[in-house]
Design a protein around this ligand. Structure first.
Ligand SMILES: Cc1cc2nc3c(=O)[nH]c(=O)nc-3n(C[C@H](O)[C@H](O)[C@H](O)COP(=O)(O)OP(=O)(O)OC[C@H]3O[C@@H](n4cnc5c(N)ncnc54)[C@H](O)[C@@H]3O)c2cc1C
Length: 491
């Protein structure tokens, strides 16, 4: 039976591991941290369980990635569907509820943006095509000849009506009459799901992610980390290994193949195949001089990913007592999003006793931020770094106060985190998170690494970020590894 070694117990690594285990593989996952999930993990602090990054779980609808994975593995997620509003967008002059129910949602967008109906029809049409493709085998962009031959099989007659939008930007779909409020409303959602605003985001990708509120949004019991924790339990129960506190420090390469991984605890593990649940930058570091030239070039050529400034807060649930748990704030619709001007705020559900001591709840707040300034300040000017951190924390509190009056008073403690914090806890170089901005299908990344028995999984590969997106990517990686092992006669 072939042995696969996976670096990282994020959603991408764990899903790949589980699917290969199901196929009879021997599986070892090495995780640097003491808990799984990475950016979608939940950590424990002073009686609270905080979501580290991801807070909104989508893709649990009938044909959604998480539902399909559960069927494949015959496991059950510990989740409850969100039935009212997936989240509320707070603009300076109005609040817009992202109702889960399509009829309620139509009333809501017509009330707020009466001219937008034909836009939403177009968006829904494109999203339907893309979600439909995602339920089939769709290895894009193909990593080898086998995948290139399978790709056209995913196409149906209806797919062709999306063809004119394949290489267009999302802004081309916006109504001519678009005002600053509507653009900010759309851009705020695109930036969290496509990592780019409408001027840059790919049209088809953007249309797809705008459907998220109506694609099986749930509360994960005990916090977002419950997805990764369920996968770890399942892997272990089926005889797979997940080892914590094992940070992989190097990969040995011989004759174009990875042969072994070394960890900071002096483990050296050999395997037939390897998957890095990593960004290309992190993978290149592990390979050192053995990194293929294509990978070395890629990390020099690629634009950096976004970083996140986050804040974790323990709140008095008697003051911040809203039942809708997710809120998005845009403070000024005429200014650039991110850097504290757009903030995503998630509260733990009032009825989840695992998340906080009695009478309290947790909040995770985040805003997109560029990683380079934080990195420079952290290295060169610790005082200015701390000042900037305090300033950003204040901006996030202002946004929270706007959406949830009383937030400052309710906050018993707050813990801000910068991209440097993410770098420390998720080992993602510079704290780059969220995958590549989805600006063009031509720039989508495949799992290829340039080495015969090593692939990437996680939000760097298409379709990119989110637990649902990363799950889809991992389904594809598992199949790729499986087919390659047959081709190489490793069994
Ligand atoms: C602030 C923020 C908010 C977000 N909000 C949402 C949201 O609401 N909904 C949503 O679906 N998604 C959201 N996302 C995105 C989502 O969290 C990620 O796209 C997804 O979780 C990434 O999964 P991944 O498989 O790429 O692995 P990662 O999360 O990057 O995990 C990789 C794992 O590998 C480990 N690792 C790294 N290097 C090594 C090494 N050398 N040796 C051993 N282990 C190693 C890390 O410790 C980590 O556990 C958010 C992300 C952030 C940062």
């Amino acid at each position: 039976m072939p042995h696969i070694l996976i670096v990282g117990a994020g959603i991408g690594g764990l899903t790949t591991a589980a699917l290969l285990l199901k196929q009879g593989w021997r599986v070892t996952v090495l995780e640097a941290s003491t808990y799984p999930g990475g950016c979608a993990g939940t950590f424990f602090h002073q009686g609270y369980r905080f979501d580290a990054g991801a807070t909104l779980a989508g893709g649990f609808d009938a044909n959604g990635p998480h539902t399909r994975l559960a069927e494949m593995l015959e496991l059950e997620w510990r989740v409850s569907p969100i039935q009212d509003a997936a989240w509320v967008v707070h603009l300076p002059d109005r609040t817009i509820h992202q109702w889960v129910n399509p009829t309620q949602w139509r009333d809501e967008y017509l009330k707020n943006f009466p001219y937008s109906e034909s836009f939403w029809h177009k968006q829904e049409h494109l999203a339907k095509i893309a979600w439909d493709i995602s339920t089939r085998d769709f290895p894009f962009p193909p990593a080898n000849m086998d995948e290139a031959l399978r790709l056209p099989l995913a196409v149906r007659l209806a797919t062709f009506s999306a063809a004119p939008h394949l290489l267009r930007k999302f802004r081309g779909l916006l109504p001519q009459k678009t005002d600053a409020e509507f653009k900010a409303f759309i851009d705020a959602q695109l930036i969290i799901s496509a990592q780019a605003i409408s001027d840059a985001a790919d049209a088809l990708y953007g249309a797809t992610v705008l459907d998220l509120p109506r694609r099986g949004v749930v509360h994960v019991h005990g916090g977002m980390g419950g997805i990764a924790e369920t996968l770890v339990q399942w892997i272990r129960s089926q005889g797979g290994e997940v080892l914590y506190r094992q940070q992989v420090t190097a990969l040995d390469v011989k004759d174009g193949r990875v042969t072994a991984a070394h960890t900071n605890k002096k483990l050296r593990l050999e395997a037939d195949f390897f998957v890095g649940n990593l960004t290309p930058w992190a993978l290149e570091k592990l390979l050192g001089e053995a990194a293929p030239v294509s990978l070395q070039r890629e990390v020099k050529r690629r634009d950096l990913m976004w970083g996140a400034f986050v804040m974790y807060a323990g709140l008095d649930a008697g003051i911040v007592n809203q039942s809708i748990t997710h809120h998005q704030v845009v403070m000024d619709v005429n200014k650039k999003l991110g850097e504290g001007n757009s903030v995503f705020i998630s509260l733990s559900p009032l009825d989840d006793p695992k998340r906080a001591p009695q009478g309290f709840r947790t909040a995770t707040l985040s805003t997109h931020t560029s990683v380079t300034d934080w990195d420079k300040l952290h290295r060169e000017n610790p005082e200015a770094y701390e000042e900037r951190k305090a300033k950003y924390a204040d901006k996030l509190l202002d946004a929270a106060e706007h959406a949830l009056p009383g937030f400052r008073k309710a906050a018993k403690f707050i813990m801000p985190g910068t991209p440097h914090t993410y770098e420390t806890f998720t080992r993602r170089p510079l704290g780059m998170v969220g995958g590549f901005p989805q600006t063009s299908l031509l720039r989508a990344r495949s799992p290829r690494t340039g080495l015969q028995n090593l692939w990437l999984a996680g939000d760097s590969i298409f379709p990119g970020q989110s637990t649902a997106g990363v799950t889809l990517g991992a389904m594809r990686v598992a199949k790729l590894v499986q087919n390659e092992s047959r081709r190489q006669h490793v069994n």
